[in-house]
Design a protein around this ligand. Structure first.
Ligand code: ZN
Length: 188
């Protein structure tokens, strides 16, 4: 009886905590936050357009200096997607240094190669990270849980795209073995 009761209390507390932490974001004016970031983009020479995008993919064009954000979702998600695209802008403002730091040698690989694609996934990660960092710097509200979820859903599609080819089975087996081992250790 006692242990059961304990778990129940624990669960209740946990659920309460989750709702409380989310309600912190109930009154956030996402549109106002988006407007602030749009103005920031303007100061960096980029215009921002909101429209229905193919495959729900927001994009940034460096030739036309324009960010296009998919607007077929919630104001909160639209705000996060804009932050992500702005992250790409920040990366490309100093691309030479970025390439040096990440060891990105794109010109040596074909566009379709897995190596090239994985490098692009790396930039995707960094764009999310820089977008988040900038929001914090601008003192804008970001629900970290919601942000990470959105980031994961977009990144997962990139993973799939990047490995749409044969995988080195030797490495695959070695790594998945190591990951399983690490996971079982964590469970203990
Ligand atoms: Zn991206």
């Amino acid at each position: 009886m006692v242990p059961e009761k304990k778990t129940l209390i624990k669960k209740g507390k946990k659920q309460k905590k989750a709702t409380e932490s989310r309600s912190k974001y109930d009154n956030v004016d996402w549109q106002a936050q988006t407007d602030k970031v749009v103005r920031y983009c303007g100061r960096r020479g980029f215009s921002v357009k909101f429209q229905k995008c193919k495959h729900q993919c927001s994009t940034v064009c460096f030739v036309e200096q324009e960010i296009v954000v998919h607007n077929g979702s919630t104001p909160e998600r639209i705000f996060y997607c804009l932050l992500h695209e702005l992250g790409h802008v920040l990366i490309h403002e100093n691309y030479q240094m970025y390439s040096q730091n990440t060891g990105f040698v794109s010109s040596n690989f074909s566009l379709q190669s897995m190596t090239q694609k994985i490098s692009e996934v790396e930039e995707e990660y960094d764009a999310w990270r820089l977008g988040y960092k900038l929001a914090k710097k601008m003192r804008l509200k970001v629900d970290r849980m919601a942000f990470e979820k959105l980031k994961a859903s977009y990144l997962s599609t990139y993973f799939e795209w990047a490995i749409d080819r044969k995988i080195d089975t030797k490495i695959k087996n070695a790594v998945s073995g190591a990951l399983k081992k690490a996971a079982s250790k964590k469970e203990k």
